[in-house]
Write a new protein. Structure first.
Length: 190
């Protein structure tokens, strides 16, 4: 943990020297300065193993729903209060591309672009190999100390869908054109 904090401090200092970028679709309200996190400038190196992802909007941990059937198997939802196996992920980078893998089923997270409107771009831990749907960019906001994910497959930011009811509440989807409250996440190493 201390090592991660030291790396984060170094990253923030380095970002001040390197400058930062405003991505297309950055938060319109705040015009946050966002930094594209790469394998070279990441505070946790090329890999963050056994980590949790927490929605900043509802304070819940992201889970891979492994008890769901068929097309919903492995759906990612921000719904847990305690980190168990379903709430642990490995993030790994190759250049500026990040892959997310569920520790629970050892599957890569995909943005499902072939689904209908309400499930379009749902994130699911279901892939055995990395292709276009499994690639994400990771952005960091130094002023917020939060992260945002952007799908490379459709160019959209990942949202925690907090307006859905029941088993869909907190579902993660790559569907936002800009970063608002539902698109901010915290990464924690356990």
């Amino acid at each position: 943990m201390r090592r991660l904090m030291i790396r984060a401090t170094i990253m923030v200092a380095a970002l001040g020297l390197l400058g930062s970028v405003t991505t297309t679709g950055a938060s319109a309200a705040t015009k946050d300065r966002l930094v594209l996190v790469t394998a070279a400038n990441s505070p946790f190196g090329k890999r963050l193993a056994g980590s949790t992802i927490t929605s900043n909007a509802n304070g819940r941990l992201v889970s891979a729903e492994l008890n769901y059937g068929r097309g919903d198997y492995g759906m990612l939802r921000a719904r847990a209060d305690v980190a168990a196996e379903w709430e642990r992920f490995d993030l790994s980078a190759s250049g500026a591309v990040w892959m997310i893998k569920s520790d629970a089923n050892q599957k890569f997270v995909s943005a499902e672009l072939n689904y209908d409107w309400k499930n379009y771009a749902m994130l699911r831990a279901r892939a055995d190999v990395v292709a276009e749907w499994e690639k994400f960019n990771l952005y960091y906001s130094p002023s917020r100390d939060l992260y945002a994910f952007k799908s490379q497959a459709n160019g959209k930011f990942v949202s925690a869908e907090l307006n859905y009811d029941g088993d869909r509440n907190g579902m993660l989807r790559a569907r936002a054109t800009e970063i608002g409250p539902w698109e901010w996440f915290r990464l924690n190493h356990l």
